[in-house]
Design a protein around this ligand. Structure first.
Ligand SMILES: C[S@@+](CC[C@H](N)C(=O)[O-])C[C@H]1O[C@@H](n2cnc3c(N)ncnc32)[C@H](O)[C@@H]1O
Length: 376
């Protein structure tokens, strides 16, 4: 079977519970025997179909659509201006999204562009890692040498440096969340929605593995993966706890800093995860905005007087970002909004809020807000 037909088969398996990356990973691991180059092409075909899905109006065989998507992607790469901005804005996302996000020509172009793979080297090892892997470029002004764009075509999960914990794959703006948290060695932090630990590991590196991080999540399987990643990275200053966002907190500890990296519709990752454009619903926006307000409200109780609360959401809808920050600010007028500085431009956001704009650099879109609890 040719790769387009294989891609079409895998595309049919993707739904809300089975995202494209998980379907691909499972198939490549268990049932397909492909060379690394063929596997990379298959991934590009599957992701490409979801990225260009808005262009298919007729009911044609899926494998033909896969080929057509690859042709559209090739044309976009070679001559992006051959696509009128209105066409991109109209087709890149389903219509309901426009009620929640202003789709600009720049945002539509970002959505259709192939994502950049970002690495985070361990502290002080950026230059050394870049030399070992090759095809690495520094992130540029404002970013530390540990942040690297990888332009090569190797499967990095097979590299010995990956298995030795010498780097993590982490989006550039996700890395910026860690820099903005700026935890100090010896402090006590709570990563309340730790997931598989992308931010936990970064916080630990920034704390030089000193102090303590509580890492909690509602999904036990994610925390299990966090444990494996932490072991690989040699990170030990963390403690795992289950927390489903309820009033009952996992600990009585009061923290120097609490990070709520909230579950959201992930619109800020729709360049990287194009399948989610077609499985997310307007109901999700409403539901997740309510969940975020609840998580923030409950997690705030664990911030010690004078400590910091950081809210991050990798989405772009107003209801999940600005509106959640506004609700918290209204309910807690005595909490001081913290000045948040864009690490890349040095500009500060208004009222303790900051957008990391995906059209400014090739990374996810992300919103942050932060407050200091009154007292000392
Ligand atoms: C944006 S992701 C976290 C990503 C993670 N911080 C990282 O950097 O890798 C949001 C997380 O919130 C978790 N979550 C969803 N519902 C939750 C709830 N009710 N209480 C706590 N965590 C929840 C999800 O399991 C998911 O891991």
């Amino acid at each position: 079977m040719g790769l387009p037909a294989l891609a079409a088969q895998l595309i049919a398996r993707v739904d809300r519970e089975h995202p494209a990356d998980a379907v691909l990973r499972a198939a490549l691991r268990s049932e397909l025997r492909l060379s690394p180059a063929a596997a990379a092409t298959l991934c590009r075909l599957v992701f490409g179909w979801f990225r260009w899905r808005g262009w298919f109006e007729t009911e044609r065989p899926a494998s033909e659509q896969v080929r057509e998507a690859a042709a559209l992607a090739g044309r976009f790469h070679a001559a992006p201006d051959s696509f009128p901005p209105e066409e991109l804005m109209q087709r890149a996302v389903p219509g309901w999204v426009r009620e929640h996000v202003t789709i600009t020509p720049g945002l539509a172009r970002w959505l259709q562009t192939e994502p950049t793979l970002w690495l985070r080297a361990r502290p002080g090892r950026g230059t050394e890692l870049a030399a070992k892997l090759g095809h690495c470029e520094p992130a540029g002004p404002g970013a530390p040498a540990e942040a690297l764009a990888y332009r090569g075509s190797e499967d990095l999960f097979r590299r010995p440096e990956f298995h030795a914990g010498e780097f993590e794959i982490q989006d550039l703006h996700s890395q910026a969340v860690g820099w903005i948290c700026a935890p100090r060695p010896g402090e006590t932090w709570w990563d309340a929605c730790a997931g598989e630990g992308g931010k936990t590991l970064h916080l630990s590196d920034l704390m030089q593995n000193r102090g303590l991080i509580w890492a909690s999540d509602a999904a036990a399987w994610r925390l299990h993966r966090l444990r494996l990643r932490a072991r690989r990275a040699g990170v030990f200053n963390y403690r795992l706890a289950a927390w489903d966002g309820s009033e009952r907190l996992p600990t009585r500890t009061r923290f120097d800093g609490v990070l709520v990296d909230a579950p959201c519709t992930n619109l800020g990752t729709w360049q990287r995860n194009p399948h989610a454009r077609w499985t997310t619903t307007p109901g999700d926006v409403e539901e997740l905005a309510a969940l975020q307000r609840r998580l923030l409200e409950h997690a705030a109780r664990a911030v010690k007087p004078g400590g910091r609360l950081i809210y991050a959401a990798c989405t772009l809808t107003r209801d999940e970002t600005e509106a959640v920050a506004e609700a918290f600010a209204q309910a807690h007028p005595d909490w001081e909004p913290l000045e948040l500085r864009d690490p890349f431009t040095g500009m500060t956001g208004p009222r303790g809020r900051l957008w990391l704009d995906p059209t400014a650099r090739p990374a996810n879109g992300l919103f942050l807000a932060a407050w200091r609890r009154p007292g000392s």
